[in-house]
Design a binder for this molecule. Sequence first.
Ligand SMILES: Nc1nc2c(c(=O)[nH]1)N[C@H]1C(S)=C(S)[C@@H](COP(=O)(O)O)O[C@H]1N2
Ligand SMILES: [Mo]
Length: 316
Amino acid sequence: MLIRRPPDIPSSEITPKRLYLRRRDMIAGLLAAGVLAAGPRTRATAAPLPAAKSPSSTDERQTTRADATSYNNFYEFGVNKDDPAKYANALTVAPWSVKIDGLVDKPATYTLEDVLKSAPLEERVYRLRCVEGWSMVIPWIGFPLAALLKSVGPQSGAKYVAFETLVRPDEMPGQKGFFQPLEWPYVEGLRLDEAMHPLTILAVGMYGETLPNQNGAPLRLVVPWKYGFKSIKSIVRISLTDKQPPTTWNIMAASEYGFFSNVNPEVDHPRWSQASERRIGEGSGIFTKRRPTLMFNGYAEQVAGLYSGLDLRANY
Ligand SMILES: Nc1nc2c(c(=O)[nH]1)N[C@H]1C(S)=C(S)[C@@H](COP(=O)(O)O)O[C@H]1N2
Ligand SMILES: [Mo]
């Protein structure tokens, strides 16, 4: 969990030996694959990323990798579902660093390698439910955001965590030209207790490999009980704040997308019902099967307590 480990304490003394070796091998593998390159910008290629499956995984049938990597929302590359798969390979994701600032004891610009030292990687198979009414089941590889936050030392005044995506129009066609669908950078935020919840992870991989660019390489958030847009991709900045931070879809349409955006089948989007969803891969056209949407996307048992006493209709 230490970002800056005193040089006299070998990491084998802090972490169980087995995990230590795995993490060292993993970092070596990522270096070899160019994911953690220190030199000029590199287009990383998919590298194997072995990780043990966490008990917080669902055993529902997983969406195919082909579907999860070809039907994406990543407006920096365009607004169509196939734009990210078409254009995101131009994005250089190494070297990568994340600026962590605001109300923390150790603000700094951390390399991706530093960030990866905060905790061992795990596989987390989570449901992801888009506000548009479709869902997937994806085997992410990542670690709890809480581990990274603890290692930088949140200060007592910190109440929220704000996130920012890369702005690089040269490599992100959706950020240049006449039609700009959103304001850049894409920004998101969580309350500090949501960010510290053990289900909230930072992902660096999926399906046993490093993240494809269209899924938010090299580092993205995954918050399984909230609508997909909260799971911000290709993160370059994490700030701890005392005020609720602005969020991209709320800036775009405040009456449709609130700060919380918890999956809630009882609160409809102003333009459509949120009571059911289409699982990607389960039929199309008239054969589309719809499943009921579950409260908090099926994670109510773990997260409902975060919202006790909060009116979820007013705080959508
Ligand atoms: N930076 C950024 N992050 C983003 C988006 C985006 O357009 N830009 N789209 C969001 C939306 S609407 C969804 S549903 C998920 C989709 O993640 P996936 O493509 O890995 O399934 O990413 C979210 N993160
Ligand atoms: Mo979404």
